[in-house]
Design a protein around this ligand. Structure first.
Ligand code: PRP
Ligand code: URA
Length: 209
């Protein structure tokens, strides 16, 4: 069964408050999303495998640990997932980046895929799918379907804010995908928006309305 991790780190919670604030403008919103993505990447990479190598300090030779060279892939769900990419790449700069484009049909709230471009060696990579919002869960489920259809086997999902409804839907559809969340909110409203949430993540990141 999928594990769900809600990050309670004070720096993440502090920055998230200003991300939620409707008076936070586009520039600051982008910067904060970038910073929170970096902090979340620090936590999400906690289980990365290590190996020993020999290193010579000014004092003597010793064994010390380095990352065991796992191949990583980062997949933002367009558009809003793009806002989290650079922040994560600061910590895992060698990750390849794929893109999956989905929008929610405003009537049905169902995701519609309009773009997918992934690294060629999908089977060999460990993926982190990122999107600031997990609302009904439709977009995350569909993006992960798309990734699995192309051969991905190891996938984590990371978002800033989730609704309980979306978490349940994602867990049910992809029990092998662990979910990493900065805040688990109260509910969805009648328009499928997360309450209290942060509004429309894509519009706030890119300054559109
Ligand atoms: C937003 C958000 C997620 C999706 C979440 O994207 O970035 O991708 O909604 O909702 P769900 O869990 O109910 O599927 P949106 O569809 O507004 O597209 P955009 O990023 O292009 O603005
Ligand atoms: N997508 C958003 O951007 N915000 C929400 O609250 C729900 C879906």
């Amino acid at each position: 069964m999928a594990k769900v991790f809600v990050f309670d780190h004070p720096l993440i919670q502090h920055k998230l408050t200003y991300i939620r604030d409707k008076n936070t403008g586009t520039k600051e919103f982008r910067e904060l999303v970038d910073e929170v993505a970096t902090l979340m990447a620090f936590e999400i990479t906690r289980d990365m495998p290590l190996e020993d190598i020999e290193v010579e300090t000014p004092v003597q030779k010793t064994k010390s640990k380095v990352l065991a060279g796992k191949k990583m892939g980062l997949v933002p769900i367009l558009r809003a997932g793009i806002g989290m990419v650079d922040g994560i790449l600061k910590l895992i700069p060698a990750a390849k980046v794929g893109h999956i484009g989905l929008y929610r049909d405003p009537e049905t709230l169902k995701p519609v895929e309009y773009y997918a471009k992934l690294p060629s060696d999908v089977e060999e990579r460990d993926f982190i799918v990122v999107d600031p919002m997990l609302a009904t869960g439709g977009s995350a489920v569909e993006a992960i379907n798309s990734l699995k259809k192309r051969g991905a086997k190891h996938i984590k999902f990371m978002c800033l804010i989730a609704a309980p409804e979306g978490v349940d839907v994602l867990k049910e559809a992809h029990p092998d995908v662990d979910i990493y969340i900065a805040a688990l909110d109260e509910k969805l409203n009648d328009h499928g928006y997360i309450v209290p949430g942060l509004g429309d993540a894509g519009d706030r990141l890119f300054g559109t309305k």
